[in-house]
Design a protein around this ligand. Structure first.
Ligand code: OGA
Ligand code: MN
Length: 296
């Protein structure tokens, strides 16, 4: 087997969205293969690997080729016991006994925030590099994940808007993203934990040097701007960035692994029947520094 990486849609999207074949991620991979995948990520921003029946251990071992694993916040700490280990984010609609969460379940309602366009962990001082999402059980229909190319979004800004974005710093918090869907049921501890962090609006990719818009529904203020003006501006930027020509919609098959680069993309989950099981396990690679510390 030889690893090969190709565009998913070579005609309309030769530089965004790749598919890899000829590699079994349940087995150890070589440093050369990891470097090839990282090169593919630099070009494509999102990469799909089909038919990878990963255990959590194999997913973690593969993920560690790309950096340190983030601790999973696993949404809200409504129960002390978590279904999955400390480094596996539980992107499912299941409780600890593997029962589907009730419609009104607080953790479920909080997790609906992932239906808004976002970049993972932009609300952390050091935000995420890659996310790796493994589809263990998927619903019979719906539940796609969509990805937007934030390099293309930056490149296609008109000159005046690009100039206006130059040097701006946003504040990101899960309080802001959840407020957009009317979820405000936070404890005092959660409010403290979710205190806003600053990130540059235009960032330069640490590996490729390409610039992109660093947006997320977590962004709720622009430093030194009035809040309504900042929110209206950010909304317009997200609308620009998520035009269909910049978006790849992934239709999951069971045992797909999808990797995305949070430093150059946004993503969002799409709806599915809340009575069906959707069980996805995510490992997340921490970045190296705050965007404020990156080269401009
Ligand atoms: C994530 C995420 C969306 C989805 O795993 O970070 O936002 O479709 N997922 O599950
Ligand atoms: Mn996400």
């Amino acid at each position: 087997m030889t690893l090969s990486i190709h565009p998913i849609d070579p005609v309309s999207s030769p530089f965004f969205g790749g598919v890899a074949s000829g590699i079994d991620l349940t087995q150890p991979i070589t440093a050369d293969q990891a470097a090839e995948i990282e090169k593919g990520m630099d070009r494509f921003g999102v990469m799909v690997f089909h038919d990878q029946r990963l255990s959590d251990e194999a997913q973690m071992a593969f993920s560690r080729h790309f950096g340190e694993l983030e601790f999973a916040s696993n949404n809200l700490r409504d129960t002390k016991a978590q279904r999955l280990g400390a480094h596996i984010a539980d992107i499912s609609n299941l409780d600890i006994d593997n029962n589907v969460l009730a419609r009104e379940n607080r953790r479920r309602l909080f997790s609906l925030g992932t239906r808004l366009w976002h970049s993972d962990s932009s609300f952390k001082v050091v935000p995420a590099k890659y996310s790796l999402l493994s589809a263990r059980i998927i619903p019979s229909k719906g539940g796609n994940t969509e990805f937007a190319d934030m390099r293309a979004a930056y490149d296609t800004l008109d000159d005046a808007t690009r100039a206006e974005c130059e040097g701006l710093v946003c504040e990101h918090s899960q309080l802001f993203s959840r407020a957009q869907i009317g979820f405000g049921d936070f404890t005092d501890d959660e409010r403290r934990e979710f205190a806003p962090v600053k990130q540059r609006l235009i960032r330069r990719h640490p590996s490729t040097g390409w610039k992109s818009l660093y947006l997320a529904s977590h962004a709720g203020t622009i430093v030194d701007w009035p809040i309504p003006e900042a929110r209206a501006f950010l909304r317009d930027l997200i609308e620009h960035a998520t035009q269909r020509q910049f978006v790849y919609a992934h239709e999951w098959k069971q045992f797909d692994l999808v990797i995305w680069d949070n430093q150059a993309t946004m993503h969002r989950g799409r709806p599915f029947d809340a009575k069906e099981v959707r069980d996805m396990h995510r490992t997340t690679i921490a970045g190296l520094r705050s965007t404020l510390e990156e080269a401009a």
